[in-house]
Structures are given as C-alpha cells and as structure tokens.
Write a protein that binds this ligand. Structure first.
Ligand code: ADE
Length: 522
C-alpha cells in the first residue's frame, strides 16, 4: 500500500489503531519525508509518526533517497508484492531493516523492509554499502571536527608564538650580559643519561644541543691541568660552582668526561657532582665547559700539604676515596642496579677533592674508561700507557697490560690508590712524627719525573715509597701498611680489589671505635 503522510497520517494512526489492535499487523514508522539522524554508524529515520499497517501482509519499509547534496527518508507500510519507486523490496522477513542499494537515474536509492510490531523501519542498517551513511555522516563530521578542533589549534598557535617571543627576549638579555666574559656566547648541552655510551660516537649522541644559556660569572682560576683549567664561578648570582674549561683541542677529554658524568649510575657521594656541560663560542675560539659542584678545600695534595690528619679523620677521608673507587669499579650501584664498571686511570692526589674534613670526591674523568664487556679487545687497544707517570703501575710502565681482561684496568687503579693512601698516611698523626708533605717517590726524584726515571725506579729496582717501622706501632696503621703493600704489589693479580680495600677500612674503623671506647687513648 502506498500511503499519504503528513498531518492526515496521525489521523490514520488514531482511527486505524483501534480497528487493528487485536490483529497481527505490523506497526511502522510512517513519514512522507524525514531527515535521518546518524550516530556511531547507525541511522534513524527521525520520523515521529507511526501506524498499524492496514493488512497483515503489509510490511514496514524505509526508502533512503539521495542526490548530490541531500538525503531524505520515506517510511511507510507497504505490500511487498508491489513495486515502490519502480523497485521491489529486496528482502523483508527480518525484524531488522537492512538497507540495500538500488541504482537509479537521478541518484542513489536505498531500500529496506522488515516485519515487526515495533516500528522496525525506524532503525536503518547499512551493512554492505555505507555510502549513504557516509554521505550524511561526512556532512556532519566535517563541521563538528572543524568546530571542536579550532579552539585547541588556536590555543596551541598562541602559546607557541608567546613562548617564541619570551625566548627571543631572554636570549637578547643574556647575550648582552655575556659581552665582556671569556665565552660570550654559549650553547648549553642538556645531557641525558646513557648507560650505553662508549667513549666515542655514543657519547656525542647523548648530547642534546639546545640554546639555553647559563648565567655563570667566572670568578677565579683555582686549578690548571695538562688540558683544562678550573675556575670558581657564580651561578645565577648565588650558588658557587666549579667550571672546568677545555680549549678547542681538549674536545675528546671533555666529551669523555661528560660521557662518564652523564651515566646516571656513576652518581655517588664520593664522585664529583656533575651539573651540566656547555659548548661556548668565544670571540677567539670554541671552548668546552663542564660545570660541577665546587669544593672550597681544593685538592687532596694541597690539603695534605697544609693539614695533619687525626687517625679518625684519616680513616674517614681515605675510606671515602676507597669507596668512590670501589663504586666506579663495581658492576652494581649501591642500590643493586647493574652498571658498567669504570676504570679511572688517573688516580692521584690532585684528582681528588676534599669535600669536608672527613670526606673526599674523585674528579677528572678525562681518560676514564668504561669497561663495557660487550666491547672487543680492539676497543681497548689504545688504552695502554695513559695517566700520570709517577702513579703508573709497573705493568703500565712496561706496556704489558692484559687488554683481554678488563680487571687489568681496575688493578692499575688500585696501584695508584696505594700511593694516594701512602700520601694520606704519611700526614696522619698515627705514624708518630709527621714529616712535611711529600709526593710518592718525592724524595727520590724531581718534581715532574719523566717516564724513564719512574720506569727505572718502579719496574727495574722495584722501589716503593718508604714505610718506616714506626708507622706500624699504631695497630690501625699496621693494618693500613699491609693494605697499602698488597695494593702496590708488582703482580697486578696479587693486588687487593677496591671493594676488598673498602672492607679493610671498615675493619679499621671498627678497631678505632673499640679502642676509643675502651681506652680513650686515640
Ligand atoms: N679543582 C678542580 N675541580 C675543583 C672543584 N670542583 N672544586 C674546587 N676545586 C677544584
């Protein structure tokens, strides 16, 4: 049955409804024209009129008519044997109204039929061909998307522009302030932790160049090494920091040092605290900076020159040096996290800073080596003879380092540590009469000995710094003397390991605590 709709349909519904209430006829949506509403992949006729069909043969039908820019839906009761818009309803035995496409000359027509007493032609299901739905949907989606995306887009653009203006303003101010300083323009390097960085390329990859400038005012030069010099400096007019400045030629030491520092697992109370690194372009030449904590007491050599240590402060200070080295050598952090072991390779009293009356930190990681077990022997091939001649182990002086065994690098450090412990011990009141400070082998050679004279002394004559018998009168000192001698053994494999030395120190501390408690002698 073809039906007329509109206002008369409501009448049809009311008059027919009573007559058909007790017969099994379908109840269908019945609108001559409605604009469908689609939501989440389903469309509804948007027709608000319904009717009982006149006969039980009539089914509910929906027609979706679509031309270039409009969609309209016709809903009605209809006898399926008769054509509608010149087409027969393809299938209609279901309670679901599944749309099927019918090509026409004017556009596209979709038709569905269903049987139900509950307006089954209201919900229009597109299974195979969703063009009709997409057409309508795309028309709805585009304006909705535009309207909802526009405000955040505008906000993002505004924030970006404001941030850009703020940054350019700051950069202008800072570069003005830098005009009379040694490095008048700098790139701050924000450094990410990289546990995999090995000396060369990977280190460079861990550096993230950004243009943030750090307002540092250099105050006084406090040290000068072979490659770099160290300055005391003020950061942001408040905090005092140390700035290690490498010339252009010192790039690889700078890079190696920041590579060590930026391994998060290297952080330790007895390792110099790293703050940041910078690449500066002065008016003359490029410079590389490392900014760290500043320690006003200076290096251990200078400190020992002017201070005599009590046994208790010796134990704490020397113990902290040992702990710092044991941490570098360890495969684990104190928290148990696996880490790459590190060999310092230039342990000496000028590379140790005095943090307090009872604590030191290790510094200067310019030639430090990451003992990455995944690297091949070739990676360590050029790692033989480095460091400071005076503190070089016999196997280093002899160029007979076993590069196949990464423990060799730790054994060299332990030898140098023994010389530092000797230096500290020589300035401890527990030895009896404390002599003026002397470097190891200081009485046997000049200020800056060449490698040949050290080789002759340490390798050929197997000399070591003197340990007078008087030192051994003190029970703790006696343990220290044995420890030192086991650390500078000619045979690298016979040397104690750094963790072992750390254990000896805790033993000596216990002895000290007991004797202080029982006699009050110390
Ligand atoms: N000499 C070398 N590094 C130093 C630092 N961080 N603090 C004080 N003096 C130093």
């Amino acid at each position: 049955m073809g039906g007329s709709a509109g206002t008369t349909t409501l009448l049809v519904y009311l008059t027919l409804s009573a007559a058909h209430r007790n017969t099994r006829t379908n109840v269908c949506k019945w609108c001559n024209y409605s604009q469908p509403i689609c939501e989440g992949g389903t469309c509804f006729s948007n027709c608000n009129l319904s009717s009982y069909c006149e006969t039980s043969e009539e089914i509910c039908v929906s027609l979706w008519k679509q031309d270039n820019d409009s969609v309209q839906v016709i809903t009605l009761c209809h006898h399926p044997q008769y054509p509608l818009e010149n087409v027969l309803v393809p299938s209609y035995n279901s309670v679901r109204c599944v749309m099927e496409a019918v090509p026409t000359r004017t556009g596209r027509l979709y038709i569905c039929g269903c049987v139900d007493e509950q307006e089954c032609n209201d919900k229009l299901i597109f299974y195979n061909d969703i063009d009709g739905y997409s057409l309508l949907h795309s028309r709805e989606v585009v304006p909705v998307a535009v309207i909802s995306l526009l405000p955040p887009l505008l906000l993002a653009i505004t924030v970006t522009v404001l941030f850009y203006l703020y940054r350019t303003q700051r950069l202008r101010k800072r570069s003005k302030a830098w005009q009379e300083k040694p490095g008048d323009y700098s790139y701050r390097l924000s450094l990410t932790s990289s546990s995999q960085c090995n000396i060369s390329i990977a280190c460079a990859n861990s550096i993230n160049h950004n243009t943030e400038l750090l307002p540092i005012e250099l105050e006084q030069r406090v040290g000068k090494g072979r490659i770099a010099e160290v300055w005391r400096a003020k950061l942001k007019h408040s905090e005092t920091v140390a700035v290690k400045i490498f010339p252009f030629q010192g790039y690889s030491s700078w890079k190696n040092e920041i590579c060590i520092f930026t391994d998060a697992n290297v952080k330790h109370e007895n390792v110099l605290q790293f703050l940041t690194a910078e690449e500066r372009v002065s008016s003359l030449q490029k410079q590389y900076w490392i900014i760290t904590a500043y320690h006003a007491r200076g290096n251990l050599k200078d400190y020992l020159t002017s201070h005599v240590l009590s046994w208790t402060s010796f134990l704490k200070m020397a113990g902290s040096v040992v702990n710092g080295l044991a941490h570098l050598h360890s495969d684990y952090t104190p928290c148990g996290t696996p880490k790459i072991a590190i060999a310092h390779r230039d342990i000496k009293s000028t590379n140790i800073l005095v943090k307090s009356e009872s604590e030191c930190v290790l510094c200067d990681f310019g030639i430090t080596l990451r003992l990455d077990p995944s690297l091949t022997v070739d990676a360590f091939a050029n790692s033989g003879q480095v460091g400071t001649a005076r503190y070089m182990a016999p196997e280093v002086l002899e160029s007979r380092v076993n590069l196949e065994d990464l423990e060799s690098f730790k054994q060299m450090d332990v030898y140098s540590l023994a010389l530092v412990l000797w230096e500290m011990g020589s300035r401890c009141e527990a030895v009896g009469e404390v002599k003026t400070y002397e470097l190891p082998f200081g009485s046997m050679m000049q200020e800056e000995p060449c490698i040949e004279s050290i080789r002759d002394l340490v390798l050929n004559r197997k000399e070591r710094p003197d340990i007078p018998l008087t030192w051994r009168r003190h029970p703790g000192m006696d343990v220290l003397c044995d420890t030192i001698m086991e650390c500078w053994d000619h045979d690298p494999e016979a040397r104690l390991t750094a963790p072992c030395v750390a254990e000896r120190f805790s033993l000596m501390e216990q002895m000290d605590a007991v004797s202080t408690y029982s006699s009050g002698y110390y």
